[in-house]
Ligand binder design. Structure first.
Ligand SMILES: [Zn+2]
Length: 253
């Protein structure tokens, strides 16, 4: 009896040991479809409550006829050229930016922290997505975030994107550093700096609110090949559109 019970007990222990860490990990893992998909983000972690209950969430559909045109401060991009830090974080390809790249909006000053991409664009303009979007994430002096969204459409190739894709990390979730690859994030910006703005949230868990969104009205271009390189890695890393709940989108005149 004892002899027979032993292997069973060992067997159970092994099964338990193999399963516990996997389900614990799954509990916190978010994604863009299935059990970890956007409609479940709030359930995955109590920290993600805003993903479900928030009333000022992003992204949104910007209806041009609903935008209030007004005098808005100019976006003053003062980005610098630095060595490339690039990571495939499992949700997107992200460039971590060395300190010193600054965006000024009126009397507010924001440091560029990182930029990353979504395919297709998360933002809708009059109900339409662009092929991709770049999000440039900044932090203000008081910790407030400002995200510049640059819509990306198929057209002329983008040499900055090309340089990034030429250095995609082979391994996920590990930052690669290329001292001699010099990148200026300004290479992603269109010439025209007119924009839409509204208050929203992070579009990924924990979906924290109080984010100042600055959506550039004009897109930048990249080649179909450059789109294909990213979409092969991330066919869909866009959160569904969220309700405006009475928020007013403003636009430059
Ligand atoms: Zn984003």
């Amino acid at each position: 009896m004892t002899r027979r019970a032993m292997p069973v007990a060992i067997g159970l222990t092994m099964v338990t040991a193999a399963f516990v860490p996997a389900s614990a990990e799954q509990h916190h893992h978010w994604s863009y479809s299935g059990e970890g998909g956007p409609s479940h983000w709030a359930e995955l972690d109590t920290k993600n409550a805003a993903c479900g209950e928030g009333k000022s969430q992003s992204p949104v559909n910007i209806r041009i006829q609903d935008v209030r045109r007004t005098q808005l401060p100019k976006l003053m991009f003062n980005y610098r050229t630095t060595s490339l830090h690039i990571i495939d974080n499992g949700h997107s390809v992200q460039i971590n930016v060395e300190p010193g790249s600054v965006l000024k909006v009126g009397d507010m000053s924001y440091q560029l922290l990182q930029l990353h991409f979504h395919h297709p664009s998360e933002e809708l303009i009059n109900g339409k997505r662009s092929e991709m979007v770049a999000h440039l994430v900044h932090r203000g002096t008081e910790g407030k975030l400002a995200v510049v969204a640059v819509l990306l459409r198929a057209g002329q190739p983008n040499s900055t994107v090309e340089a990034l894709w030429n250095h995609l990390p082979k391994q996920k979730e590990r930052e690669a550093y290329f001292k001699d690859v010099l990148i200026n994030p300004a290479g992603l910006l269109p010439m025209d700096r007119s924009y839409f703005t509204y208050t929203g949230s992070l579009t990924t868990p924990p979906c924290s609110e109080g984010v100042r969104w600055l959506v550039l009205r004009s897109p930048s271009t990249l080649s179909k090949h450059e789109i294909a390189v990213f979409s092969k890695l991330y066919p869909n890393d866009a959160r569904p559109v969220q309700k405006l709940n009475g928020r007013q989108v403003l636009g430059t005149k």
